[in-house]
Design a protein around this ligand. Structure first.
Ligand SMILES: C[S@@+](CC[C@H](N)C(=O)[O-])C[C@H]1O[C@@H](n2cnc3c(N)ncnc32)[C@H](O)[C@@H]1O
Length: 353
């Protein structure tokens, strides 16, 4: 499985997260930073580490070194929207200080407030000992320039589909009229649909998930990020409750971690809802069911963007006669297919699907 966030967290550059390998910056590398950016602070209930009095964090630079050193020593796994330990350290330091994500290098020599030091130690304890993802600790996750509320009711938003949507689904959306109806299927906290609502401003957007907990977070994100857009939330199994040919664009990030992969997930993933990650034995059953039903639900010019991450091989093995188009994702991530309604119908007609 591979996940991604296009949030520009450090030095103005895009970042990605991946598993099982991640680059791990040292504290020295972190201190070398030429600028800072990360997410905003959110309260959590962690206790102040007892060794806070032993640490010296007089400046933001010192706090960054301290944070990166502790994350490195704890060998945390970076797979939830942050590419490296450096990125995570930046997010935690700025979050602890309650600062917005974009900061210049000048802040490194500025005093780090005492109350922020206490808060940072709480956050580091939650990250290093409890292995909570940064986004759950801060209560927020950035994707495509939008700050979403984030907690354990839903997956931490990081789908590479986000960048494809920001790019207007080009060149995959083939007609000059933008999509009029968009469904964020398996929406979790609703990030993809909300991003789509900002890109396709005239479209009717629906967020759908089987999990009422995820939908409650999605509803809160609609209020927080796109209250004026009239986005509806719907509970249900895949596309079952949607009418034939009613949808122009389906954005789908269903669970696709195989049973075998689940056993090896780093501890950080165990804080996410199991039902958001775990699929069947092979990891592709929901994707295959969705492909078949999308042929029914999509309009004539319709498009499906389907993420299956590192289950690409399993899906191709399961459907050997389907010539999938896998999108090149220069900003990170893997395993997103672009499939037109016409292709789906052709594949079904020929028995390939
Ligand atoms: C990988 S998460 C994706 C969340 C969100 N789209 C994102 O990118 O952050 C998969 C989501 O699919 C939902 N889900 C699982 N089985 C489902 C089903 N049969 N029908 C609809 N949603 C389902 C889960 O509740 C979870 O929120």
């Amino acid at each position: 499985m591979r996940r991604f966030s296009n949030t520009a967290l450090i030095m103005g550059g895009p970042v990605m997260s991946c598993m099982p390998v991640s680059s791990r910056a040292t504290a020295a590398q972190a201190a070398d930073a030429s600028g800072l950016s990360a997410t905003a602070v959110h309260n959590s209930g962690y206790h102040v580490a007892s060794n806070i009095l032993d640490t010296c964090m007089e400046t933001f630079g010192a706090a960054l070194s301290e944070a990166a050193g502790r994350l490195t020593a704890a060998e945390v796994f970076c797979g939830h929207g942050y590419e490296s330990i450096h990125d995570e350290a930046v997010a935690l330091v700025l979050g602890a200080a309650g600062l917005p994500p974009e900061q210049t290098r000048a802040i490194l020599s500025e005093p780090f407030p005492v109350e922020a030091s206490a808060r940072l130690m709480q956050l580091l304890q939650g990250r290093c000992e409890s292995r909570l993802p940064v986004a759950y600790l801060l209560g927020e996750a950035w994707l495509a320039g939008i700050c979403f509320k984030c907690d354990a009711r839903a997956l931490v938003p990081r789908s590479p589909i986000a960048q494809v949507v920001v790019d207007g689904c080009q060149p995959w959306w083939a007609t000059s009229v933008p999509p009029r109806t968009v469904v964020d299927l398996c929406c979790g906290g609703g990030s993809l649909g909300i991003i789509a609502s900002q890109v396709f401003t005239a479209a009717t957007v629906l967020l759908s998930d089987i999990d009422p907990q995820a939908l409650s977070l999605a509803q809160e994100n609609v209020q927080r990020c796109a209250a004026e857009r009239g986005i509806q939330c719907l509970q249900g199994h895949l596309l079952a409750s949607l009418a034939a040919r009613s949808i122009d664009l389906i954005l789908a990030n269903p669970p696709y971690v195989s049973a075998a992969e689940m056993a090896y997930l780093p501890a950080e993933y165990r804080h996410e809802p199991r039902g958001a990650l775990e699929a069947d034995e092979e990891g592709v059953a929901l994707a295959v069911e969705l492909l078949r039903d999308a042929a029914r639900v999509l309009s004539d010019s319709g498009l499906l963007l389907l993420e299956v991450g590192e289950s690409v091989e399993a899906l191709e093995k399961h459907l050997p006669r389907v010539p999938f188009t896998w999108i090149d994702l220069p900003e990170g991530g893997t395993g997103v297919a672009a499939v037109s309604a016409q292709e789906l119908r052709d594949w079904i007609a020929t028995g390939a699907l």
